[in-house]
Design a protein around this ligand. Structure first.
Ligand SMILES: Nc1ncnc2c1ncn2[C@@H]1O[C@H](COP(=O)(O)OP(=O)(O)OP(=O)(O)O)[C@@H](O)[C@H]1O
Ligand SMILES: [Mg+2]
Length: 289
């Protein structure tokens, strides 16, 4: 299912004294099976945009096409329930939405709500428990007794239990320690590859954007300012700074290396692996002279 966002605007509390234009003139296409990261300074409208993808927010102008479904300003969408199943959203601190007595019941809640039998839903919940790497012995425990990282996995399992075609992640690793962050990010990447899940990630980590995404959407003050591959976007170092964004650590390292050695690399260095092979190439050149 491709997603096409056309001329989308959202005003909060429209036609009240508190009306606020949050996003405007948003145009973007997200192709099936891609991994797209949305980056932008705080308040640039990332979360507002994402909540349009399953109809949690309706556009005040423009339209969003998801496969054959259309969400359009001013029109009622009858497919909203189906859409909520197709597009799963993992919010920031998703564990705040846990509420059931046991982990298994919490994961099974969505499928039951969408008409699956209790038995089938529990079977699904067991599968999801394994998928997100939780030990089986937590199944009967209260989700509130678990560690922060485990609670987050339960919440993510609940979203995955709906078998979405598109997974939307709004800063899914916020508040986790570095190891927990990497585990969760790798898990999403594996899911993306194995299940061919279209993945849309909002992140403040330029390293994650550079390492995982095929494409980046850069937002600034409510609208999209740039789109492209991480290579394209992070080549424009000055623009990135103008949007209030940082560069990935590997590119800062590259910049320092270029200044120190008086050389210029052909392309931006996006990962540690890239950095290692560029440096190896430098050594080899040196030896060849
Ligand atoms: N419920 C709301 N009512 C009114 N204004 C809102 C509401 N939610 C967000 N806004 C405003 O809309 C704009 C975009 O906010 P949004 O939360 O989408 O940004 P964001 O890019 O997700 O920021 P962050 O990186 O901090 O999560 C901001 O100016 C914000 O203050
Ligand atoms: Mg946000």
């Amino acid at each position: 299912m491709d997603i096409a966002i056309k001329d989308v605007e959202h005003r909060y509390q429209m036609k009240t004294p508190f009306e606020r234009l949050a996003i405007y003139d948003i145009n973007a296409v997200i192709k099936e099976e891609r991994y797209v990261a949305v980056i932008g300074h705080t308040g640039s409208g990332k979360s507002t945009l994402l909540q349009h993808l399953n109809g949690l927010l309706m556009p005040t102008k423009g339209q969003i096409r998801l496969g054959d479904d259309v969400i359009e300003a001013g029109k009622k969408n009858k497919q909203l329930k189906a859409l909520r199943k197709k597009v799963g959203i993992v919010f920031q601190f998703p564990e705040h939405q846990l509420f059931e007595e046991t982990v298994l019941k919490d994961i099974a809640f969505g499928p039951v709500n969408f008409g699956m039998s209790q038995e089938q839903a529990e079977k699904k919940a067991w599968d999801m428990l394994n998928l997100v790497g939780l030990p089986e012995e937590v199944s009967g425990r209260s989700p509130f007794e678990l560690s922060g990282g485990q609670m987050r996995r339960v919440a993510i399992a609940g979203v995955l239990a709906m078998e979405p075609e598109v997974l939307v992640l709004d800063e899914p690793t916020a508040g986790l320690d570095p190891r927990g962050r990497k585990e969760i990010m790798d898990m999403f990447y594996d899911l993306h590859k194995q299940k061919k899940l279209t993945t849309i990630l909002v992140t403040h980590s330029m390293e994650d954007a550079a390492a995982y995404a095929d494409e980046l959407i850069v937002m600034h003050k409510g609208t999209v300012k740039a789109k492209g591959t991480p290579r394209e976007i992070f080549s424009k170092r000055d623009e990135i700074a103008a949007f209030g964004l940082d560069l990935p650590e590997t590119i800062k390292f590259q910049k320092r290396l270029e200044e120190t050695l008086g050389i210029t690399f052909k392309a931006p260095i996006l990962t540690i692996e890239d950095a290692a092979s560029e440096i190896k190439a430098l050594f080899q050149e040196e030896n060849a002279l």
